[in-house]
Write a protein that binds this ligand. Sequence first.
Ligand code: GDP
Ligand code: MG
Length: 670
Amino acid sequence: MRYLLALAGNQNSGKTTLFNRLTGSNQHVGNFPGVTVEKKEGPIKNHKDAVLVDLPGIYSLSPYTSEEVVTRDFILQENPRVIINIVDATNIERNLYLTLQLMELQIPMVIALNMMDEVRASGNSINVARLSEHLGIPIVPISAAKNEGITELINVVISQAESPKALPRLDFCTGEVHKAIHSIAHIIEDQARSAGYPLRFAATKVVEGDEPTMESLRLTENQLDIIGHVTDEMEEKLGTDREAALADMRYSYIERICADCVKKHRETNEQVRSEKIDRVLTHRIFAIPIFFGIMLLIFWLTFDVIGGRLQGLLESGIDFVTGLLGGWLAEVGVSGWMTSLLINGVCAGVGSVLSFLPIIVLLFFFLSLLEDSGYMARVAFVMDKLLRKLGLSGRSFVPMLIGFGCSVPAIMSTRTLSSNRDRKMTIVLTPFMSCSAKLPIYGMITAAFFPRHGALVMISLYILGIVTAILSALLLKGTVFKGNPVPFVMELPAYRIPSAKSVLLHMWEKAKDFLKRAFTIIFLASIVIWFLQSFDWRFNLVSDSGTSILASLGSVIAPIFAPLGFSDWRASTALITGITAKETVVSTLTVLTGAAGEAQLSMALNTIFTPLSAISFLVFTILYMPCVAAFAATRREMESTRDAIFTALFQTGAAYVVALLVYQIGRLFI
Ligand code: GDP
Ligand code: MG
């Protein structure tokens, strides 16, 4: 019989690392709070019936963030047989806060006390047996990263699942809160049962005044009245409000048991080291210049020193293969249109995009270094003050940084933002951060028009994206998204040396994604585009693509872009196909111009654009609505088709306005 095990714990406590150990899978591990945004599941190694679910990292069971809601709903509705609560032993007090709440759910639990390697190395110790006795829960000390204690943990978990020996103890509270919880438990007993809530959990939530729980309990007027009296009395006697009263109770209990079980002479080596590093990297004055320095270094290495060179190599490789194929097709005597489809359609289209693989992989390499080392969390912290001026919080910075790689994971990572307003606003702005799929477009245009100022144009485009985001934020803050961002709360994880495995895995995943796109969407798009531009409406092969089906379709929308300086039907067609995936802009233009190789493409582009309209085209491409995948992510995260469409329209509108300004103002000078 299949049964579920839930893995729950604070953010950055090592959940994913443990999940990978327990299931033998390869999920992405990151030293950044909130990396795991979707729940993942897999069977425990050698115990195929036990399915482990990796839940998002949370600090409490109060539904402040959507992850807390996910976790709570999962545990209440799916009824896992055992909860594995992973506790970061280097931050044990804060981690146990969640433990106490999980205990109220009255589901058999096992604590995996993680990071014991760090505790040991710093000469601290934890009396595990004693702690287990206090909580009434089996505890297994482990180190997920070092693969210690995993077998032991599996054994304990499986034996709990097969015959639970103990349910967590409950009565750790005393005094007024204790009285309130107990009297309310009596009052709501029946409703808690019919709503399917563990009684103790329901009672605590009612004392806390937790809205969703109160609603689903369907309490009567009368009951609400009595509950009001009980909590009022509690608040009065304690002199604090209800939420604080419960938090106090939990923390004082945690303090008491930790005093008994935890010997902490000093902070762990990692914590000491992190403090030293932070004195520099989060320095009041130097922090921001250092960050920009690091980003510049990354871009320089990616686009120029390493990535640029690798790209050149790959390009010649692709040209060589195309040449070989062309020669062979001619030799065999394949018909003209088939040769054209393969060479001018497929090879040109896919090839023009494929050469960007090294740059994209490299960009993700650096982004994952930033994330895994723990630096990304600092950046969020440092940027908080600046972003607050724009109506956002430091938390929003991370999705934006990830957005330089790809908008899809960036938009998904907004799930870690606790307020709906902050989340939606971040989703609207993130796609302005130029994603890696747009790089081929910049590459193509700069090669054709500004071969000697490539770097300058690229950097200006990135900056333009950021400036547009800033201006949009200012605009939205005063209109659609009134209100204030939530205060910044994010724990700064200890700096850790990123594991080579994790980084390589991340790069490989991105490379795979990119290759998959090149050989599916872009491959298909290249063929379709070739077809539409090779035939007219009566399906005659045309010699001049200006009379093709595509030309007549493209000409319908082309006039819209005339004020931006490019009214050629090929440009507007490329923009439309670019919505499937941004790289398609390049493959489309390559196919449409029938260019073989970069030199020919550059010449052809010079007939479509002037240098100024080429810039206006670039401006439009970086800002207009992101690809369908990002649009789908937007819709999913905003949970509203209307809002997603608004977002796409807003982005496209902004693109139009900025490109129009660039072109019209530019014309005054040129
Ligand atoms: P999650 O956010 O809870 O899923 O945590 P992750 O599994 O992504 O891990 C967060 C960070 O802690 C990563 O940098 C891991 O390499 C590191 N880590 C996880 N477990 C251990 C451990 O037992 N010892 C040490 N020293 N580091 C660990
Ligand atoms: Mg994780």
